[in-house]
Every structure is written in C-alpha cells, then in structure tokens.
Design a protein. Structure first.
Length: 197
C-alpha cells in the first residue's frame, strides 16, 4: 500500500513488483551494490520486509529480476534507435552512444552487469543479441560498401573496438561527451572509407 494523505492505496501485484524494482534501482544508483539491503529497500519503498519477500524470495532473486528488466529495457532502446536510423552514419552513432552509456561509471547497467552473481541472468540473451547485432552490422556495411563478409566483419570489429575504447577513455578522463562521441563517429566513418580503398 502507498500512503496518500491519510488514505492508503493498494497496488496491483504487477505495480507493486515494479515499484519495488524501481526503488531498488534508485537505491543502487544512490548507495551502490554494497549499500543495498532488503531493510533499506523496505524503508525506501514504504513497505514491510515480509511484503518484499512475497514478491522476491531472496535479495539475489530481486537483483536478478531487476537486471533482467533493465537489460530488456536496454535491448528495446537499441531496437527503437536502430529503427529510425536512416544511414550507416546514424547506425554508427547509435552504437557509439550506446557504448558511452554502457561504460559511463555509475549507470545501473554498469552496477548490475559487474556483479558476478548476476552475470548468468542475461548471458544467453546477450549472446543472442550480440550475434544478431553482428549480423545486422555486417549486412549494413556490405550494403553500403563493396566488401566481402570477412572484410565487413573485420571493419565492424575495428569500429567496435574504437567505440568501446573511446567510451572507456571518456569514463576515466571526462571532457565534452558530445565532442568525444562526434570524434569517435568521424574516426570510425573515415576508417571504413579508408578500408574500402
């Protein structure tokens, strides 16, 4: 129940589960993984501990549920952003921006993805998504440039490496995110142009 003035509002099971996951996400962002406890979650959510355990048997189960939900949200955002990409430059920009989001320290994906006990939650899904993304990118490069599948795969590997390292560098040293993203996109596009000649 949520207090509203002097009235309490009963949430549906799905709404309550999402409220608990939202509160857990916010707590993890504020306090980090080591500062997250079920007691703190109960206090912040305004519920009793037994209510939390009605939805999640253990802290690990709750965190696994949160990681599965956050990964699904991430995957959906990738699909949505790619659906509006009009050309190869747009596709490159989507993936560079995603790398910058992923490697920015303090993000929920960074916090959850770094926990060994949570890594199996999305492992198969991530492998499948990575395979599909690789196929999509190779097909996109082949469509835009006269390259063999092997060459296109090599270009994607180089572009991915450049994007990931630029994002890591930005996470460590900061600067103008917009400029670093644009420089990275330009570097990748120029590299692809150079590769095809």
């Amino acid at each position: 129940m949520i207090m509203s003035g002097n009235k309490r509002t009963r949430l549906s099971p799905e709404s309550r589960r999402n409220q608990l996951l939202d509160t857990a996400r916010d707590l993890l962002l504020k306090k980090g993984f080591s500062g997250f406890t079920m007691d703190t979650l109960a206090f912040e959510a305004g519920v009793s501990n037994p209510l939390i355990y009605k939805y999640f048997d253990t802290r690990l189960e709750l965190l696994q549920g949160l990681w599965a939900r956050e990964y699904e949200s991430y995957a959906l955002s990738v699909r949505e952003e790619l659906s509006v990409a009009e050309n190869f430059e747009d596709v490159v920009r989507v993936f560079v921006n995603l790398n910058f989001k992923q490697f920015t320290l303090g993000g929920i994906a960074h916090i959850l993805g770094a926990q060994p006990e949570l890594q199996d939650v999305n492992k198969e899904r991530q492998k499948d998504d990575l395979r599909k993304t690789g196929q999509f990118l190779v097909a996109t490069v082949k469509e835009m440039y006269p390259l063999t599948p092997s060459q296109a795969g090599h270009v994607i590997a180089l572009a991915s490496g450049a994007s990931i390292e630029a994002a890591r560098h930005y996470a460590r040293y900061g600067g103008s995110r917009k400029k670093v993203v644009e420089d990275t996109v330009s570097f990748i596009l120029n590299g692809v142009e150079a590769f095809k000649t």
